[in-house]
Design a binder for this molecule. Structure first.
Ligand code: ADP
Ligand code: NA
Length: 329
């Protein structure tokens, strides 16, 4: 496979963790290495929908995310790494698309309804939050992207993007955009230290930038199968978040030894975590080291983001010329 356009966005709302690494970044790198033309965007305007009253941290998190991309293996010479707000054309297309997007389509978005109910500490009854999927559509189609690597929770947004594209073509009589397709990331759900999904909002994450010592300190106190109170109590590996990490990071023979040792109380949780930490650190530490180094060199990151914005703007402004022409603007 080659020659497809890919777009993906990451919000600069926190530091990247190992869930991002195996759940998103590795996929970014694979798509790049398969020969696709990839645009990886730090979507700072989207971060505003939840951080509009607390914007001071966004700048620093832009560096966290951009450095995370590069440390994981996204190559700025082959992929375009850029910040959404550096390409103002996204805002223009968002505005134009908003004119043809029925309100009902947005009110039906499942994540809109859920988040408004779930998130109690922020008032999400604002216009920007409702319009989030329209801006997301603009982010994607302004690059004429064919594929968008997303998790399952984003499928409805992609369907909406395709509907907006079809409506645009129907109203203005010109086929400008491909209908973007979701590229579902293989469901590797990385559990956090408390057993829930690892997330920057739960304070349960192992960060990519954590040192080997910090990683071990976190694993040492990580939750295990609660049946194993003493070392002599047998456990159920399938109920243990530490074992879920083994499945992602450890080679098969280690995984087998730990599962067997857990079921028969042959090894304790401490030993099981020791084995895990060795393999987890082997994979994460080199990426973490690169990430920490990159963040020490903001000038270098700025130069990459400037160059990325230049390349992105070239494509985006070309698309906008076609859009304005189709709309007689
Ligand atoms: P968070 O929940 O930490 O705010 P995001 O929603 O910013 O994370 O996640 C961006 C992408 O990173 C997701 O679409 C998903 O692909 C990946 N990701 C995040 N957390 C995990 C996790 N715990 N396990 C697997 N993938 C994850
Ligand atoms: Na999330």
């Amino acid at each position: 496979m080659s020659g497809k356009r890919v777009l993906s966005g990451t919000q600069p709302t926190g530091k990247l963790h190992i869930g991002h690494l195996v759940g998103a970044l590795e996929n970014y790198v694979n798509l790049q290495n398969e020969g696709n033309e990839c645009f990886y965007c730090v979507v700072d305007w989207h971060a505003l929908t939840s951080m509009y009253s607390n914007t001071s941290a966004i700048k620093e998190h832009i560096y966290d995310v951009a450095a995370g991309f590069i440390a994981a293996g996204v190559d700025p010479d082959r992929s375009v790494i850029f910040v959404q707000s550096d390409v103002k054309e996204h805002a223009e297309l968002h505005l134009l698309l908003s004119m043809i997007t029925p309100l009902g389509w947005l009110e039906r978005v499942p994540t809109y309804k859920e988040k408004k109910k779930q998130i109690k500490d922020k008032d999400l009854s604002n216009y920007g939050f409702l319009g989030y999927p329209v801006l997301q559509t603009a982010d994607i189609i302004i690059y004429k992207a064919n594929y968008v690597p997303v998790g399952e929770d984003q499928l409805y947004h992609l369907e909406l993007a395709r509907e907006i594209v079809r409506r645009f073509h129907h109203i203005f009589g010109k086929e400008i955009f491909p209908e973007p397709e979701a590229k579902i990331t293989e469901a590797k759900r990385v559990p956090g230290l408390d057993g829930r999904k690892m997330s920057k909002s739960y304070n349960n994450a192992i960060l990519i930038e954590d040192t080997p010592e910090e990683i071990w300190e976190k694993l040492r106190v990580m939750k295990t199968d609660t049946r194993r109170v003493r070392k002599t109590d047998p456990g159920v590996p399938e109920d243990c978040p530490v074992f879920a990490l083994h499945k992602i990071f450890s080679p098969e023979e280690v995984r087998k030894e730990c599962a067997e040792g857990c079921r028969t109380a042959g090894i304790g949780c401490f030993q099981c975590k020791k084995f895990l930490s060795e393999h987890l650190i082997k994979k994460v530490a080199p990426v973490g080291e690169k990430l920490r180094k990159l963040k020490e060199n903001k000038q270098f990151l700025d130069s990459i983001l400037d160059e990325g914005a230049r390349k992105a703007r070239e494509v985006a402004s070309q698309t906008m010329e076609e859009v304005r022409e189709a709309m007689n603007l």
